[in-house]
Design a protein around this ligand. Structure first.
Ligand SMILES: NC(=O)c1ccc[n+]([C@@H]2O[C@H](COP(=O)([O-])OP(=O)(O)OC[C@H]3O[C@@H](n4cnc5c(N)ncnc54)[C@H](OP(=O)(O)O)[C@@H]3O)[C@@H](O)[C@H]2O)c1
Length: 249
């Protein structure tokens, strides 16, 4: 039977490329996007590569669309939580203000970013639990969240930190139930997309393309391994594993 994958924020950037990779590897794609026009354009783009895909409205700020998707999409083998925002970092010259002081963020900045990256993602996962196949994979596209003197976007990092902790805690619960469902995060590193306005090859070659990220993330989905609870870097290393937590208490 054809496997089915729902990818959120799949109208462009990393999400579109994950959809392309899974679609060209035999998955039927449910292309989650909040903007219908851009969603349809992405569908046309994927069809050129022979991908079988259909549009699903997913707006992480509008829970009705999430509940509506759960009622419509049927059984899923893969859910990729890719949709996300960097959180109020734009300046007049850049999409990402690398030097913004963490003390310059307002509570509203933090709340708006948390609403998309954490609350919306949390609500979508919970809404789709009944749709997940016995061996389904939930994959969160994420970032490392430690302090770093060069890059300290407070709203982005705190919202992704919450998402990362949710990944680990949900993984424990999935493991407890003895099933084969898994949830894990992949951190593709710096990728040239609208999110940061970077160009491929910048930062001494560290900024890679969206196509690179799509292949990387799809690779962890397609390789048949169990990554439950892992947060995996682009080189396959991990920054945290719930295995290292003390379960004895
Ligand atoms: N670029 C990087 O260096 C990098 C590195 C590590 C992780 N990531 C993660 O990768 C994911 C994709 O980012 P990207 O770099 O590909 O950026 P992008 O090109 O800006 O794509 C972001 C996607 O998220 C969607 N989105 C934003 N807010 C949404 C909402 N409220 N509801 C539904 N969809 C929403 C956007 O849809 P619209 O077109 O409707 O705005 C778009 O499809 C994000 O979670 C990001 O944190 C990115």
């Amino acid at each position: 039977m054809t496997k089915r994958a729902l990818v959120t924020g799949a109208n462009k950037g990393i999400g579109l490329e994950i959809a392309r990779q899974l679609g060209t590897n035999g998955y039927e794609i449910l292309l989650g996007a909040r903007d219908e026009n851009r969603g349809w354009q992405a569908l046309e783009n994927l069809k050129k590569d022979g991908v079988v895909a259909s549009f699903v409205k997913i707006d992480l700020n509008d829970f009705d669309t999430l509940h509506g998707a759960a009622a419509k999409v049927g059984i899923l083998d893969v859910l990729v939580n890719n949709a996300g925002i960097p959180g109020n970092l734009k300046t007049e010259t850049s999409n990402l203000d690398m030097g913004k002081s963490p003390f310059a963020y307002t509570t509203d900045n933090l709340r708006q970013t948390m609403e998309v990256n954490f609350f919306g993602t949390h609500e979508l996962i919970k809404s789709l639990l009944p749709n997940l196949a016995e061996e389904a994979k939930i994959v969160n596209v994420t970032i490392p969240v430690s302090g770093n003197p060069y890059w300290q976007p407070l709203a982005y990092k705190t919202s992704k930190a919450a998402q990362n902790v949710m990944t680990m805690i949900f993984a424990v619960e999935l493991a407890k139930t003895g099933g084969k469902r898994q949830i894990f995060g992949v951190m593709p590193g710096a990728i040239a997309t609208d999110l940061n306005g970077e160009t491929e090859g910048a930062l001494g070659g560290r900024v890679k393309s969206a196509r690179y990220a799509g292949k990387l993330i799809a690779g962890f989905i397609l390789d048949g391994k169990n990554y439950n609870g892992r947060l995996i870097n682009r080189d396959g290393s991990e920054i945290i594993s719930y295995d290292s937590m003390d379960f004895s208490a």
